[in-house]
Design a protein around this ligand. Structure first.
Ligand SMILES: C[S@@+](CC[C@H](N)C(=O)[O-])C[C@H]1O[C@@H](n2cnc3c(N)ncnc32)[C@H](O)[C@@H]1O
Length: 250
């Protein structure tokens, strides 16, 4: 049963863009230039050490690009389909996605809420996701057949336009790290806790300071905080930019 739900969730009809598109484009461009220089070193300049260094580094960057694009276009959806299925939702919850972008996670959650509501907030930054726009998310909601139970707001996750204790589940995927300072990230986490109903759950996946998020959730009085790495399907270029998940039951 769970396997069928996971497979159904991971099969997407919308177009969800590419996360931080300048990163893979930069990696790919530098990788290609290094490969070209490496080949010049072999066939024209006859400089063996230069060729080895350029070819190795160029190949490394191209492999990192492949990992990044795979995660952004496929791996992220597979991991989230598993995380959402594991939550075993009733189907009538109010779910809030912080930094929903084009709806990768929001719309999968909406598919599990026949009698509930999936609310997404975002600032629609195109540097953080290609083609990011509220209209693009609406279009994806139509394509996934969940538009009737999806609500979108333009809002900063540091100041949510959502009432205290009104949400059954808060989600956030690859969004909180986009806030440049720790104070702002801590504020977003505090906002997530504020809007959660007592005893309800929060599930974040992100890169970088995820252990700090878990510690901060404990400081905010949340219980059962867990932290785990999400594996190679959620690497943005390699294990050095791995995604992890601090989560809790409040
Ligand atoms: C890498 S995208 C991830 C989008 C989506 N969660 C996903 O997994 O596909 C990060 C998102 O966070 C949004 N974002 C960045 N800072 C934000 C803020 N302070 N408040 C709300 N959204 C923000 C960006 O506009 C972008 O849509």
């Amino acid at each position: 049963m769970q396997t069928t739900t996971r497979a159904r969730l991971a099969r997407r009809r919308g177009d969800y863009g590419l996360d931080a598109p300048y990163v893979p484009f930069t990696f790919a461009a530098i990788g290609a230039v290094l490969l070209a220089i490496g080949l010049l070193c072999i066939f024209v300049v006859k400089f063996a050490l230069g060729a080895v260094i350029c070819l190795a580094y160029g190949l490394f960057l191209l492999l990192s690009t492949a990992s990044y694009v795979y995660t952004s276009r496929a791996g992220k959806f597979q991991v989230w389909s598993e995380l959402l299925t594991e939550l075993d939702l009733r189907g009538d919850e109010v779910v809030l996605d912080l930094g929903c972008g084009r709806g990768a996670v929001l719309l999968m959650a909406a598919a599990l809420l026949p009698a509930g509501k999936a609310v997404g907030v975002d600032l629609w930054k195109t540097g953080d996701q290609s083609g990011n726009a509220m209209e693009a998310t609406h279009r994806n909601a139509e394509r996934e057949g969940v538009a009737a139970r999806v609500e979108l707001h333009t809002a900063d996750m540091r100041a949510l336009p959502v009432a205290d204790a009104s949400v059954d589940l808060v989600l956030s995927s690859l969004a909180i790290h986009n806030i440049p300072d720790w104070g702002g990230r801590a504020q977003a986490i505090a906002e997530a806790v504020r809007v959660l109903k007592p005893g309800c759950r929060l599930l974040i996946t992100d890169i970088r300071a995820t252990r700090q998020y878990a510690e901060h959730l404990q400081v905010l009085g949340m219980s059962a905080v867990q932290h785990r790495s999400l594996g190679w399907r959620f690497w943005y270029g390699g294990p050095w930019v791995a995604t992890a998940q601090p989560r809790l039951v409040g």
